[in-house]
Ligand binder design. Structure first.
Ligand SMILES: Cc1ncc(COP(=O)(O)O)c(C=O)c1O
Length: 395
């Protein structure tokens, strides 16, 4: 017999979460998450699931019946989308302009599909003309795009145009909104997107583990007429849909506490209103952008491709990005992160999502960031940064 381990009390540090997710959680959401446990098919939990579906339909901008939260993080929702839509021997066209586009390719390849990519450099969105040419060339069954690419801070425009290109070629469009839904404008039905998925821990400010996903009718029909079974039992949506049905049956045990939290967050989205929420993200993230730029540190993304939920801030020449990140955390309790893959050492990734997207966080961040950069030898005008944030927040 092993000796019992000595597991001490856990006191989490006090952080302001300004990385690419998770974001700060609202006290109302924490309170909801600690509501009493019930069974996975208790009538009261079935009502919670129905509320979540309605809240998600508003959030996605859809009337899709097949709208729910996958039990898992954003990657599980990504896997659910591709694993259900694709069959062995089919073709998926995915973007090459960021880390999560690359992950789409890896996920799609596990289904037995052939994966091809539309080329665009990291830091740029996909050009619809290039997508059109790639769709013509490869005749994919599924086209995947990332609306808010967290690795680069780029927002993909023209989603409706990309949907048109996909549909003209009888392909299905899947859009990753893990880092954008609820923070940046998105309209599933108006833009005619077949499948959209997201995550809970970013713009919804819910702990990770319940990831929104919606399937339009065409996509549902494709799933229901598959010739081969979905390779993942857990993410096979035919079973998951039965759990989220009006007359639900057991498929797996829902993440009950996280679903309570998601319901409360969706209540708050409805109270605030989506337009107001998108404006808030743009205003607070815009103040951070104005502040760092006035300090003398440019963003690594052109203004027209700016993703408000994630500011990709250039690392000044000669500055050790890791030392700045550590200083912000140790001295100010603020979490940001560095670049991934091709952008490692090139950018800081500063998130502004959900409950984190509050005006005081913009002022506090810019002052602390300026202080940390100056301490690491960067030539920054901290006062100009503070003044620019104040002006941006006032306008
Ligand atoms: C755009 C994007 N897609 C997918 C994911 C994967 O989500 P998760 O880490 O919740 O599995 C992330 C996470 O950062 C993301 O930013």
């Amino acid at each position: 017999m092993r000796e019992p381990p000595s597991i001490g009390e856990h006191i989490p540090p006090d952080r302001t979460l300004m990385g690419p997710g998770p974001s700060d959680v609202h006290p109302r959401v924490y309170a909801a998450q600690s509501e009493p446990m019930v069974g996975y098919l208790d009538d009261s939990y079935v009502e919670v699931m129905a509320d979540v579906q309605e809240g998600l339909r508003y959030l996605f901008g859809t009337d899709n019946e097949h709208t729910l939260a996958i039990s898992g993080t954003g990657s599980a929702a990504m896997e659910a989308a591709f694993a259900n839509l694709l069959e062995p021997g089919e073709t998926a066209l995915v973007p090459s302009n960021g880390y999560f586009g690359d992950r789409m390719g890896q996920v799609a390849s596990r289904t037995g599909a052939e994966v091809v990519s539309v080329d665009a450099p990291w830091g740029e969105p996909l050009d619809p003309q290039d997508v059109g040419a790639a769709v013509d060339r490869h005749q994919p069954d599924v086209l995947g795009v990332v609306h808010g690419e967290t690795s680069t801070g780029v927002r993909q425009p023209a989603i409706d145009e990309l949907a048109g290109i996909a549909h003209d070629h009888d392909a299905y469009l899947v859009v990753d909104t893990v880092a954008s839904l609820g923070g940046v404008e998105f309209h599933t039905d108006e833009w005619d997107v077949d499948v959209v998925y997201s995550g809970s821990q970013k713009c919804l400010s819910v702990p990770p583990g319940a990831s929104p996903i919606t399937f339009g009718e065409r996509a549902v029909e494709k799933v229901l007429s598959r010739e081969s079974p979905v390779r993942s039992w857990y993410l096979d949506l035919e079973g998951v849909w039965e759990y989220w049905d009006d007359d639900p049956s057991y498929h797996h045990t829902g993440p009950i506490s996280t679903t309570y939290a998601l319901r409360e967050s969706l209540r708050m989205v409805a109270e605030e209103g989506l337009e107001a929420r998108w404006d808030r993200h743009e205003r607070v993230a815009g103040a951070i952008k104005a502040g760092v730029e006035a300090m003398g540190v440019p963003l690594a993304v052109a203004d027209e491709h700016w993703l408000p939920t994630l500011n990709a801030v250039s690392v000044p020449d000669g500055v050790d990005d890791g030392a700045v990140i550590d200083r912000l955390l140790d001295e100010h309790g603020i979490e940001i992160v560095g670049g991934l893959g091709a952008l490692a050492g090139e950018i800081f990734r500063v998130g502004c999502m959900g409950h984190t997207a509050r005006p005081p966080n913009a002022s506090t961040f810019v002052a602390a960031f300026g202080d940390a950069l100056a301490a690491e030898g960067a030539n920054v005008d901290v006062e100009a940064g503070a003044a620019a944030v104040a002006t941006a927040l006032r306008s």
